[in-house]
Each structure stands twice: as structure tokens, then as C-alpha cells.
Ligand binder design. Structure first.
Ligand code: ATP
Length: 381
């Protein structure tokens, strides 16, 4: 089931009697979620992710705009009539019911033609439980389950209705690190098996990148960029997106373009033919550095963190906007720990320039990235 959001805006009225300041939680969001795909809605706290999800579910009505499931305009439909399955951060299971009763519960509300026989309900509940691998736990109560198992019950309860669209709001937040990893892989597997169009809300970029077919990066209610995770990582449309994706985060510097060369401090670090002379922000991914005594970029060496295959080089540079410069290089490099400085060459496709005022990306001439631009917000910001 494809889902189309057409110019969706949500404005919350001011709660404060003294000021009339409204909150524009989501601003003119247009996007077509392809059938059967898993979309990660990603952004910092308060950027409008949950509001978007609740508008898709029908729990919140948009101030303007339309929502379509396939060709059906569902904007005015209640959640029950949209056929969505919702899973929240806090599993919200009924504590006095067994796992089986929790999963059966939504089916008992089916009315009219949709009404199922007891056998049909039990079969569906069992199939849903099997899909999320809790079919051995059906007689237990929620307090006899781990967090990960409880979240699986919540997912089974959403799936049992055979929803047209599955909506997950930070479903992994309450799980510890190991369970998060495991459960996110489970969610991906279940989504692949059921092929239900799924929207997954998270503020964790790694989580979104790892399981989504496409990610939507939001900031203050405005979509910044939409694309496949790797595409967006490799080709961010502005400084915000570049900074939001990636662990360790991108290194950001102030720089200057002069006569076709990019300068960071006094160092000419790269050719940038075709870019006008100007002050810029320079983003360099940690994997964009090459240890090279003849390279043009000199930093003050602080520490080497050995990670096995790679080494994380921690250094300082006066033009850096991050507290330290972090570069990930191959462990085969022979780096003298005691030397005061380290010199790098840069991998051009890992270096991004941004306008100093608008923070929009400045694209370099003759680069394939220009052709393969992902969708970005209006004005390139
Ligand atoms: P988080 O990750 O913290 O859940 P989010 O990206 O999901 O954040 P939303 O919950 O969608 O963000 O909120 C977006 C904006 O709308 C925020 O500024 C929030 O304060 C505001 N907001 C959300 N719900 C309401 C409401 N019912 N009334 C007024 N403002 C609201």
C-alpha cells in the first residue's frame, strides 16, 4: 500500500494565554512512501516526527493537506477505519491479560462483515505470535516477559489486524543496547516477510540508517532530505543533514575558497575548481582522511585509539568547530604516537562544502554527486 502525504501541515495553537505563538510542528510535508517499503523518519527531538506519524495514523488531523493510502483519501478517516497498526515506545500491553489475550484483543472489536470466528481469531493470533517468535510465550502475562519480548507482543498485536500500514514510534527506546540491535533486525525481518508499508520514527540515525529503505531527515517541522540511507550519507544537501548522519560525526571546519583552492587555516587542502571565492563551512567525514606526510592538511596530534582493523586519530585544528578532529584510518598506517603533528591528504568525495550563511551544500563541478542528487527541501536548506 503506497502512502502519499500531500502538503501536510500541522499547527498547534498556543497554550500560553499571554502569547499567540503557534507551533508549526510539521510544515508542508510532501512525500510518496512506496508500497512495501520501510521508511525511517529521523530528526532531533521536537522536529515533528511523531506528529507526522500520528497524522498518518489518524490520531491527529492535519491543519492542511491530504493523506492517501493507495488512491483512497483517508484524511478524514478515523484510525480504526484507516487500517493502521501502531506500536509505541512503551509497549502499552494490558497487564492483567496473557500474551494471547493481548494479541487477540484488537480482533475482538471487529464488527459486521469483518467479524471473525473464534477459530479464525486464534489462528491469526498464533500466526502473528509465530512471526515475532513469541509463540512459546502465549500463556504468560506481560510482567513475566523481558522488554524485548513485550515489544514483540506489541508488534504482534499491531500485525494481527493485518494492517495496510504499520507505524512504529521509537519502538526500541526502552530496550538495552543489545536488545535494540536484535529487535531492530527482527523488525526488518518481519517487515520484509509481511511486505507491509512501514514508517519507523527514531531520533537515532544509526538505527534509521541500518534498517530503512529510505530515510526522511526532518528539522523544526521541515523535511530536509529524503533518500536511501547511503545516498543521503554520501551526498548531504546541507550542513544539518551532514552533521546528523554518521558516527563518529562529520568533522566541520571554517574554510576559505580562493582561486580554485580550498583553505583550512593556512593549509591549501584540496582543489575546488569552479567554486567562487568565499568563506565556507567544510565537512570532512572521519573516513575522508589519508595519513600522508606530503598531504596539505596539518593537525596537532593528540591521541591514537586503536580499534583493531582501524585507528581513530584524535587531533586538533584551530579551524575545527568540533572539539577534536576525529579521523578513521587503516591500522596499517605507521603513525608515530610521539610526533607533535600529523599531516593528511583528503579524499575529495568525503569532503563537502557548505554556504556560510544558508548552510546549503555547495556542489563541486564535474562530480557525479551533482547528477545523483537526492530530494531536498525547498531552497536547498
Ligand atoms: P521527540 O523525538 O521528542 O518525540 P518529535 O520529533 O516526535 O520529538 P513532535 O512530538 O512531533 O516531535 O513535536 C513537534 C513539535 O510540536 C514540538 O515543538 C512539540 O513541542 C510540538 N507539539 C507536539 N504536540 C503538541 C501539542 N499537542 N500541543 C502543542 N504543541 C505540540
Amino acid at each position: 500500500m503506497k502512502v502519499v502525504l500531500q502538503n501536510i501541515t500541522k499547527i498547534f495553537p498556543s497554550r500560553n494565554k499571554k502569547s499567540n505563538e503557534e507551533v508549526v510542528a510539521v510544515n508542508d510535508f510532501t512525500f510518496e512512501i512506496p508500497d512495501g517499503k520501510l521508511i525511517g523518519l529521523l530528526g532531533p527531538s521536537g522536529c515533528g516526527k511523531s506528529t507526522t506519524l500520528y497524522m498518518i495514523s489518524g490520531l491527529l488531523a492535519p491543519t492542511s493537506g491530504q493523506i492517501f493510502f493507495g488512491e483512497d483519501d483517508v484524511t478524514q478517516l478515523t484510525p480504526e477505519n484507516r487500517g493502521v497498526g501502531l506500536v509505541f515506545q512503551n509497549y502499552a500491553l494490558y497487564p492483567h491479560m496473557t500474551v494471547k489475550q493481548n494479541i487477540l484483543f484488537p480482533l475482538q472489536n471487529f464488527k459486521g462483515e469483518a467479524k471473525l470466528s473464534k477459530e479464525e481469531m486464534l489462528e491469526r493470533a498464533f500466526q502473528a505470535a509465530k512471526l515475532v517468535q513469541i509463540d512459546e510465550l502465549l500463556e504468560r502475562k506481560p510482567n513475566e516477559l523481558s522488554g524485548g519480548q513485550q515489544q514483540r507482543v506489541a508488534i504482534a498485536r499491531a500485525l494481527v489486524k493485518m494492517p495496510r500500514v504499520l507505524l512504529l514510534d521509537e519502538p526500541l527506546s526502552n530496550l538495552d543496547a543489545r536488545l535494540r540491535l536484535q529487535t531492530r533486525e527482527e523488525i526488518r525481518r518481519i517487515q520484509r516477510e509481511t511486505k507491509i508499508t512501514t514508517v519507523f520514527v527514531t531520533h537515532d540515525q544509526e538505527e534509521a540508517m541500518s534498517i530503512s529503505d529510505m530515510i526522511v531527515v526532518m528539522k523544526l517541522g521541515v523535511v530536509q532530505q529524503i533518500g536511501q540511507p547511503q545516498e543521503v550519507y554520501d551526498n548531504p544537501c546541507n550542513l544539518f543533514v551532514a552533521k546528523f548522519l554518521g558516527t563518529p560525526p562529520i568533522n566541520v571546519f571554517t574554510g576559505t575558497v580562493k582561486g580554485g583552492k580550498l583553505y583550512i587555516g593556512e593549509d591549501a587542502v584540496m582543489d575546488v575548481n569552479g567554486v567562487e571565492d568565499q568563506e565556507v563551512y567544510v565537512g570532512i567525514r572521519p573516513e575522508g582522511f589519508i595519513v600522508d606526510a606530503k598531504g596539505g592538511f596539518k593537525c596537532k596530534l593528540s591521541n591514537l585509539e586503536v580499534m583493531g582493523r582501524d585507528v581513530s586519530v584524535v587531533s586538533y585544528n584551530d579551524a575545527s568547530l568540533n572539539p577534536v578532529v576525529r579521523s578513521i584510518v587503516d591500522a596499517d598506517n605507521k603513525i608515530d604516537r610521539d610526533s607533535e603533528f600529523i599531516t593528511f591528504a583528503l579524499k575529495p568525495h568525503k569532503v563537502f562544502l557548505f554556504n556560510k550563511e544558508t548552510e546549503a551544500r555547495i556542489y563541486l563541478e564535474n562530480k557525479s554527486e551533482n547528477k545523483k542528487e537526492t530530494k531536498k527541501a525547498k531552497g536547498g536548506k
